[in-house]
Design a protein around this ligand. Structure first.
Ligand SMILES: Cc1cc2nc3c(=O)[nH]c(=O)nc-3n(C[C@H](O)[C@H](O)[C@H](O)COP(=O)(O)OP(=O)(O)OC[C@H]3O[C@@H](n4cnc5c(N)ncnc54)[C@H](O)[C@@H]3O)c2cc1C
Ligand code: SF4
Length: 339
């Protein structure tokens, strides 16, 4: 076991300083100080010797004073320190943001959802086996410049959208797709500044720096997610396709939110999971639907558009078709919802 220092923060300023003052020259994923929320990602990866923080800043006490789940004027706030279970069970979320409740309900297990937080959830790391097993020498995400064992290896679960020649890992989470489909934004408090950015801009494409996964710097703390308050959010859903019915990551998923008027799509928002390097907004597919009646032909046409740039590698050649079928089903189901 590698020794590390454990520090408990009582408030946001203390947490940010404790982590931010401790080595700022690395991307957040490789920073020497990491936050400890539910611990369901970070402790796993420390035990596997994949992440090696020298300091863990426990942020569990922040849940008492931080933003919880609440509406303020025309914005709905989801506190980042709230657990997945608490958010999934919240009556207003279930009623007005079904895509959020479903993405959380379908993730992990009840035990994990009781521990894991919303902030930690969006920052979970890929499940690529070569990343999670340091006995493999080649993984650009774990050891920048070492290569990518998955390119010619076992890659059935890997991504087909947003991939590069340096990394084809899939973003594994579910909740992030719901946030993208709802046009959510994220509040970040850092050692030097606070900011609110569109959630869609939080994650980075792998390109030639797969070890840089987000725009966060060391010490940057996610404190809340902001959702719009609007009637269309009720016509939203999350469809997750996986190898088994529960306790499994997505092979393909779709988060969709539709604004329909007179039977036609006035606005569609689509995010894809399981198939892409980051939570994936399918803007071309959205544009293909706008103004159309949502029947099977329109949904299939949108799905073809969404996967036009797909780049399969070896074992994951099935993913574009699975992803298209997932999206078609999600769109048709969402169009039938009575809201
Ligand atoms: C067996 C298993 C199955 C799973 N299945 C699924 C699944 O199907 N779908 C799914 O979506 N997820 C799944 N997960 C992942 C799980 O949801 C995440 O591990 C969890 O949400 C992470 O939250 P946490 O609070 O435990 O984060 P931690 O483990 O405490 O932290 C994770 C990372 O995020 C950083 N961090 C935490 N909070 C903040 C914050 N507020 N601001 C900035 N940085 C922060 C930490 O520094 C750390 O690097 C699974 C996990 C396991 C172990
Ligand atoms: S796909 Fe990405 S995470 Fe997996 S081995 Fe290649 S570089 Fe590493």
């Amino acid at each position: 076991m590698r020794p590390f220092l454990y520090q408990r923060a009582d408030n946001i300023a203390e947490a940010v300083q404790a982590a931010g003052n401790y080595g700022r020259d690395a991307p957040a994923t490789m920073a020497a100080a990491q936050f400890l929320a539910g611990g369901t990602t970070i402790l796993d990866l420390m035990k596997l010797d994949v992440m090696r923080p020298e300091r863990l800043v426990d942020i569990n006490r922040l849940e008492r004073t931080g933003t919880r789940i609440e509406r303020r004027d025309d914005t709905f706030y989801l506190g980042a320190f709230v657990t997945m279970a608490a958010a999934a069970g919240h009556a207003e979320i279930r009623r007005n943001y079904p895509v959020v409740a479903q993405s959380l309900d379908l993730a992990a297990s009840p035990q994990i959802r009781n521990m894991a937080t919303l902030g930690g959830n969006v920052l979970q790391r890929t499940r690529c086996n070569y990343f999670r097993n340091p006995s493999w020498g080649s993984c650009n995400k774990r050891e920048p410049g070492s290569g990518c064992a998955a390119l010619d290896g076992v890659n059935r679960r890997h991504a087909v959208l947003g991939v590069s020649d340096h990394c084809i890992a899939a973003y594994p989470g579910d909740f992030a797709q719901a946030l993208v489909a709802l046009d959510a934004s994220v509040e970040i408090v850092g050692p030097d500044r606070q900011r609110v950015i569109p959630f869609e801009q939080l994650h980075c494409l792998p390109e030639d720096t797969p070890h840089i996964e987000t725009v966060l710097a060391p010490g940057d703390l996610i404190v809340a997610f902001r959702l719009p308050v609007a009637a269309w959010t009720r016509r939203s859903l999350y469809l997750k396709i996986r190898d088994r019915q529960s306790y499994e990551f997505a092979l393909a998923s779709a988060a969709v939110a539709l604004d329909l008027a007179d039977g036609k799509v006035s606005e569609a928002r689509i995010a894809l999971g399981g198939v892409a390097a980051k939570p994936w907004r399918a803007r071309e597919a959205e544009a293909a639907l706008n103004g159309r009646t949502l029947d099977e032909a329109a949904a299939r046409n949108a799905a073809e558009t969404a996967f036009a740039a797909a780049r399969p590698h070896g074992d994951n050649g099935y993913k574009p078709e699975l992803g298209k079928r997932t999206l078609v089903r999600a769109l048709l189901q969402a169009s039938q919802l009575s809201v």
